[in-house]
Design a protein around this ligand. Structure first.
Ligand code: FAD
Length: 318
């Protein structure tokens, strides 16, 4: 393995955890890891800290123009950086930003591209990677045959661990043409003041078992106690008990938290498709036969209206 470039994303001045996973994945591949980061909202010290996770150098496009999701410009600059750095592998997060960027870079540098990667590549004969397919129900082993390779890493596929060291941060002169800025995000706002669901490490989610929107106070209270985001099943958002951006599942948000607590949700296959990358699943349901229990790490058979307040109380007391 020669040189690996990692595209890191940042939000509110901090490198995203999914990007730290991408850096650790790249380090695990065994090559020399260079990072490229965009915008002037992320500090040099934050970028230099990427050395702790295995990066030896950070190329920083320290320019306000690159702060907000300028996908085409990122792709042009990354393609340029791959060429200048002699990188034959690009690693990035399998995210709503990483995916469109990776597709554009693949065209520009004529690379083999695989998304949803779950394991380190097998380079014993060629270059094979495992990817998750059918919303996590199966895996495909993919051969990458072009000289350049792009790997979009599924959330939670790589462990974030410190290996020591610090990275040098160098300015990188971006050369994206003006046309790349034709759709420019000027401002982003959270849909609610709460924790964003797709990024959340902890999620408390409610289903039709909660009977009505008036009962969501206990879900919010539990979520607040844990510092968790709130989610829901599709019928709940269809009935306007909760906003649509909270709907988790195949047709909604896919979450990959450390802990997903499902309250009064049956565990239909379409809901599970959005949560099966969670590290730990806790199910609270009064029906011991509810299918969600088969996907759960821990299950509580009981009435949510009794269990949830007691759980919140116990957590507050802890
Ligand atoms: P229910 O199936 O009604 O389950 C309610 C659960 O609450 C039951 O298990 C019950 O035992 C339990 N319960 C009742 N009272 C209590 C109580 N007091 N205490 C504890 N537990 C209690 N669904 C999604 O969620 N996300 C999707 O993305 C999605 N996409 C879909 C796409 C398609 C094409 C289709 C056809 C369906 C999709 N669905 C999706 C719907 C899905 O099939 C289920 O209908 C839905 O997930 C069920 O929601 P639920 O579990 O909240 O409700």
């Amino acid at each position: 393995m020669s040189s690996i470039l990692v595209f890191v994303e940042s939000a509110e001045g901090a490198v995203k955890k999914t990007s730290l996973e991408a850096v650790c994945y790249a380090k695990g591949m065994g090559g020399d890891v260079t990072v490229i980061a965009f915008g002037n909202e992320v500090s040099e010290s934050e970028l230099s800290d990427l050395g702790k996770y295995g990066a030896s150098k950070v190329l920083h496009v320290n320019d306000e123009k690159y702060n907000k999701g300028v996908i085409q410009a990122y792709a042009s600059v990354i393609a340029d950086a791959m060429e200048k750095e002699g990188a034959d592998v690009l690693v990035l997060a399998n995210s709503s930003l990483g995916n469109p960027v990776s597709a554009r870079v693949a065209v520009k540098v004529d690379a083999s591209l695989v998304s949803n990667v779950t394991e380190l590549p097998d380079t014993s004969a060629g270059f094979k990677v495992k990817r998750s397919i059918y919303t996590g129900k199966a895996f495909a082993n993919v051969d990458l045959t072009k000289d350049k390779k792009i790997l979009a890493i599924k959330k939670n596929a790589a462990e974030v661990k410190e290996v020591g060291g610090s990275a040098t941060v160098e300015p990188f002169a971006a050369s994206a043409p003006d046309g790349d800025f034709s759709t420019n995000i000027t401002k982003t706002e959270k849909a609610t003041g709460e924790i964003l669901l797709p990024e959340a490490e902890l999620v408390v989610s409610g289903g039709r078992g909660l009977k009505g929107p008036e009962n969501w106070g206990m879900i919010e209270e539990l979520a607040k106690t844990l510092g968790a985001a709130t989610g829901c099943s599709k019928p709940v958002s269809d009935m306007d008990w909760r906003p649509h951006h909270e709907h988790v599942g195949q047709t909604g948000v896919k979450v990959s938290p450390q802990l997903y607590i499902a309250v009064g949700i049956s565990g239909a296959i379409q809901h599970l498709a959005g949560v099966n990358s969670s590290k730990n699943i806790v199910v609270i349901n009064k029906d011991p036969e509810a299918p969600f229990f088969k996907a759960a790490d821990y299950g509580i058979v009981g009435d949510a209206f009794e269990v949830v307040p007691k759980l919140t109380e116990a957590l507050k007391a802890a």
